[in-house]
Design a protein around this ligand. Structure first.
Ligand code: PLP
Length: 400
């Protein structure tokens, strides 16, 4: 009855679906407050107050026909201009409204740009572990997602393997820093080297290779980590951005992508982005939210809150004997499972009322992701469960 592609996607998300249903059962059985749900990246920090105030003000003052009407598929020109100005101010770039396309979050942006770029069978390379929805986005357009295996020492991208993986059929490389699920941040030397490799490979194969930088977590960094602005290092870069995490607006479905004028094929890609937004059924990013983020794009979320969660969880878990790198960004801790099978480990964790995400779906079996964008109370209350879970595998705390 349903398509083969959907059958494959359903099969792939069975693990996640069963986690959701297990979570529901556990919460019914023990009460929500007694289950420690580290499953999804839904921010626990409220959106900045200015978001609601701006929305109210707009609804009271603006022409409501405009606020609830269709917009240009690429978004309102004045909104795109304000966002371009904000980027220019922050990253010393020279964008204008014709370099910005408003999108339905980063997910919408990635789907539009994939639709624009890929012929069936063309390759996109990314680094494992990676945001698991990339597989589905690639499948939507018949592109082949090739994941470079993880370097589990650092979780930084293996650039020698990148060089070896690129072929004449490679249309794009997809990076995500700060990274979901590991929290690593790529520094300037890594971004510059990726740029050099792509320049060389373009010359070698006489092709265009686009670097798609998926950046919903750009502002969520700790310990002074810096996130280089990728178009300043490689001209064929497309930045996909979202306000879901940076302003805690995941349900508002608002983001944008940046098409620098220097991009090879810029005019065609810009025009195709408009058509792709329409034909994918997005039609346009939500009109009211476009106007709201135009006024609020320089607002900041409470990074101190996430940082305190990060410290508490990292220090506690490593003390209990868990192995993980200390993340520098996003709001995830990527932890080695205490048995080989990460799904079995997550099932076992549920006995201690802990909901974790197995990393097989991120292309990195043997690990789990812990989303610490939860309340501090949840983390504090969950710590005895993490300790008991470790003990159940015969692991004793460092201080014992
Ligand atoms: N890319 C990454 C790496 C993500 O982690 C997410 C959401 O968690 C998305 C894209 C999609 O974000 P949005 O809510 O903006 O569609």
């Amino acid at each position: 009855m349903i398509s083969q592609n959907m059958k494959a996607l359903i099969k792939k998300s069975e693990g996640i679906s069963s986690l959701f249903s297990d979570a529901k059962k556990l919460k019914q059985q023990y009460g929500i407050e007694n289950v420690y749900d580290f499953g999804i990246g839904n921010p626990n920090v409220k959106a900045p107050e200015k978001i609601n105030q701006t929305a109210i003000k707009l609804l009271q003052e603006e022409n409501s026909l405009q606020l609830h009407g269709y917009t240009d598929s690429i978004g309102y020109a004045d909104v795109r201009k304000k966002i371009a100005n904000s980027i220019n101010h922050r990253f010393d770039t020279h964008f204008n409204e014709n370099n910005i396309v408003m999108t339905v979050g980063a997910a919408g942006g990635l789907n539009v740009i994939f639709k624009v770029l890929f012929n069936p069978g063309e390759e996109i390379i990314t680094f494992a572990p990676y945001f698991s929805e990339y597989d589905a986005y690639a499948m939507n357009v018949g592109a082949v997602l090739q994941a470079i295996p993880p370097n589990t020492e650092t979780f930084l991208p293996d650039l020698t393997k990148l060089e070896q993986a690129i072929t004449s059929n490679t249309k794009a490389v997809l990076i995500n820093s700060p990274n979901n699920p590991t929290g690593v941040v790529y520094d300037e030397s890594i971004i510059a080297e990726i740029g050099c490799i792509l320049e060389e490979k373009q010359k070698e194969y006489h092709t265009h290779i686009y670097l798609i930088s998926d950046e919903p977590y750009r502002e969520l960094v700790y310990d002074g980590a810096e996130v280089p602005y990728v178009p300043n290092y490689y001209k064929n870069t497309i930045v996909v951005y979202s306000f879901s995490k940076s302003l805690s607006l995941p349900g508002d479905r608002i983001g944008y992508f940046v098409l620098p004028s220097e991009l090879d094929g810029y005019s065609e890609i810009f025009q195709a982005s408009e058509v792709a937004t329409r034909v994918l059924g997005f039609v346009n990013a939500p009109a009211l939210q476009q106007k709201v983020v135009a006024e609020c794009c320089d607002e900041l979320t409470d990074v101190v809150f996430y940082d305190a969660n990060r410290e508490l969880l990292y220090q506690s878990l490593t003390e209990y004997g868990y192995e993980c790198i200390k993340p520098q960004g996003a709001f995830y801790l990527f932890v080695k499972a205490l048995e080989q099978d990460d799904k079995a480990f997550c099932k076992k964790a549920q006995q201690y009322r802990l909901l974790l995400t197995p990393a097989t779906g991120f292309g990195c079996p043997g690990y789990v992701r812990i989303a610490y964008c939860v309340s501090r109370e949840t983390i504090l209350n969950s710590l005895p469960s993490f300790q008991e879970l470790a003990k159940s595998y015969g692991i004793t705390a460092k201080s014992e």
